[in-house]
Design a protein around this ligand. Structure first.
Ligand SMILES: Cc1cc2nc3c(=O)[nH]c(=O)nc-3n(C[C@H](O)[C@H](O)[C@H](O)COP(=O)(O)OP(=O)(O)OC[C@H]3O[C@@H](n4cnc5c(N)ncnc54)[C@H](O)[C@@H]3O)c2cc1C
Length: 378
C-alpha cells in the first residue's frame, strides 16, 4: 500500500511507524512542515492505561519513552494558600520534543520516508498519488478544510483564555493552583515533565483577562504579571515562553471521519480540553486503532468505515468528559468560596468520570476528609 501522511506530530508518526513495522512493503511518507527539532509547547502526560496500550503496540518506542518519563501519583490542589493532596492518580510526563524525537528515530529506522520542512499545500495531488491519505495535521488541519464538505467539521471555542508556559520550578505531581486577583480567578495546570522543566498552563475567564489588560501586554509583561499572580507557587523561577500566546480552546468534531481515500487522525479529527490531559493519548490511540484494521488485512474503504464505527463512541465519551471538565474551569469562580477539601473534591469529580467510589479506592483518606468537611456535625 502507498500511504501519504500529512503531519509529523504524535498521530502521524505513530501511525506511520506501526504500519511500516507490520509490513515493510508499505511505502509510507510523512510530510512535516517543521524541522525535526522544532516543537510548540512543553510536556505531555499519559496515564498508566495508555502506556500499556503503547507498550503492546510498539515495545521499542515505549521502552525509549519510559526512560524519559517523570512519573507521579499525586494531584496537588492549591486554593489560595491551602494545599490538598489526592493520591492514587498514576501519570507520566515527557517533553513533547522527546516524544517526537523517539517516534522520528523509530520511523527512520523502519524505513518510513520523513520529509521535514515540507509544507503539504496540494492535498488533492497527495491524495491522488496514494492508496491512503492520512490527515494528521493537527487542530488547524488543511486536509479537513480541503474535504470540508465530506468531513462536515463542527468547530466551537471555549470561553476561557489560556496560555502554555514552562518553568524551572519542579512541580511534583499534577498541581492545580487557584489564585485570585482583583480581576478574577486564575488557574494554573502544572507538572514536571523532565529533570529540570515543568509545564505551566494558565487559564482565566474572559472578564479577568480583560480587566488585567493582557490584550495589550507584550510577552515579557504577560510573564511578569503572571509571575506576580503565582509568586507563591513559582519559587522565584520565571515563566518560560515558547511562542506562547493567549488562545481559546478550539473544540473539533467531524460529522464523517473519512472522504474517499482520506482519513483524519488526532487533533485534526477531534480535540478534548487540555484539563483532562488526553490530546496526545487520543491521537496515538487513534493511530493504533486504524493501524490494527489494516493489520487484519482490510482494504482502505472497509478499514476507514470500521475505524469510524468503532472509534467514534470512545472519542465521544472522552469529549463529553473533557467538556464537563472545561465547564468546571470556566466556572471556577463559583467554587472558590468552598473550603479547600470540598473544593478539591469538586475539582476531582468534575468530569463525572471519577466517581466517589473510584476516588475512595484511590485515596480513602481524602474521601474521609471530604465527608468530614461536607457534614461537619456528623
Ligand atoms: C495547552 C495545551 C496543553 C496540552 N497538554 C496536553 C497534555 O498534557 N497531554 C496530552 O496528551 N496532550 C496535551 N495537549 C494536546 C496535544 O498537544 C495534542 O492533542 C497532540 O499534539 C495531537 O497530536 P496530533 O499528532 O494530532 O497533532 P499535532 O501534534 O498538532 O501535530 C500536527 C503536525 O502537523 C504538522 N502540519 C500541520 N499542517 C501541515 C501541513 N500543511 N504540511 C505539513 N505539516 C503540517 C504540524 O507542524 C505538526 O507537527 C495539550 C494541548 C494544548 C493546546
Amino acid at each position: 500500500m502507498r500511504v501519504n501522511v500529512i503531519g509529523g506530530g504524535p498521530a502521524g508518526l505513530y501511525f506511520a511507524l506501526l504500519l511500516k513495522k507490520h509490513d515493510p512493503r508499505h511505502e509510507v511518507t510523512v510530510y512535516e512542515r517543521n524541522p525535526p527539532d522544532a516543537t510548540f509547547g512543553w510536556g505531555v502526560v499519559f496515564s498508566g492505561r495508555t502506556l500499556k496500550a503503547l507498550r503492546e503496540a510498539d515495545e521499542e518506542s515505549h521502552h525509549a519513552l519510559a526512560e524519559s518519563f517523570e512519573t507521579w501519583e499525586n494531584v496537588e490542589v492549591v486554593l489560595r494558600d491551602a494545599r490538598v493532596t489526592v493520591r492514587g492518580n498514576h501519570f507520566s510526563g515527557v517533553a513533547r520534543i522527546r516524544l517526537l524525537n523517539i517516534l522520528q528515530e523509530r520511523c527512520a529506522a523502519l524505513g518510513v520516508r520523513l520529509r521535514f520542512r515540507s509544507e503539504a499545500a496540494d492535498v488533492g495531488a497527495l491524495a491522488a498519488d496514494c492508496d491512503l491519505l492520512v490527515g494528521a495535521d493537527g487542530v488547524g488541519s488543511l486536509v479537513r478544510q480541503h474535504y470540508a464538505e465530506e468531513f462536515g467539521p463542527e468547530l466551537s471555542e471555549g470561553r476561557n483564555k489560556y496560555i502554555w508556559y514552562g518553568t524551572r520550578q519542579p512541580f511534583r505531581g499534577l498541581t492545580l493552583t487557584f489564585r485570585e486577583t482583583q480581576a478574577g480567578v486564575f488557574a494554573a495546570h502544572s507538572y514536571k515533565f523532565s529533570r529540570d522543566t515543568s509545564t505551566f498552563i494558565v487559564e482565566c475567564d474572559h472578564a479577568a483577562w480583560e480587566r488585567e489588560g493582557f490584550a495589550s501586554m507584550s510577552d515579557a509583561e504577560t510573564r511578569a504579571r503572571l509571575g506576580e499572580v503565582f509568586r507563591e507557587d513559582l519559587g522565584g523561577h520565571e515563566l518560560l515562553s515558547n511562542n506562547s500566546r493567549w488562545i481559546n480552546f478550539l473544540l473539533v468534531r467531524n460529522r464523517r471521519w473519512s472522504a474517499g481515500n482520506a482519513v483524519l487522525l488526532g487533533d485534526a479529527l477531534h480535540t478534548a480540553h487540555f484539563s483532562i490531559g488526553s490530546g496526545t493519548k487520543l491521537a496515538m490511540e487513534d493511530s493504533i486503532a486504524l493501524f490494527r484494521l489494516f493489520a487484519e488485512g482490510r482494504d482502505v474503504p472497509s478499514a476507514l468505515a470500521e475505524f469510524e464505527r468503532t472509534r467514534r463512541p470512545v472519542i465521544e465519551e472522552y469529549q463529553q468528559a473533557a467538556h464537563e471538565s472545561r465547564l468546571w474551569f470556566e466556572r471556577a469562580r463559583d467554587y472558590t468560596h468552598l473550603d479547600p477539601v470540598r473544593f478539591a473534591y469538586s475539582l476531582m469529580t468534575r468530569s463525572k468520570r471519577v466517581t466517589d467510589e473510584s476516588l475512595r479506592r484511590r485515596d480513602p483518606d481524602f474521601v474521609a476528609a471530604y465527608e468530614k468537611a461536607a457534614a461537619p456535625g456528623r
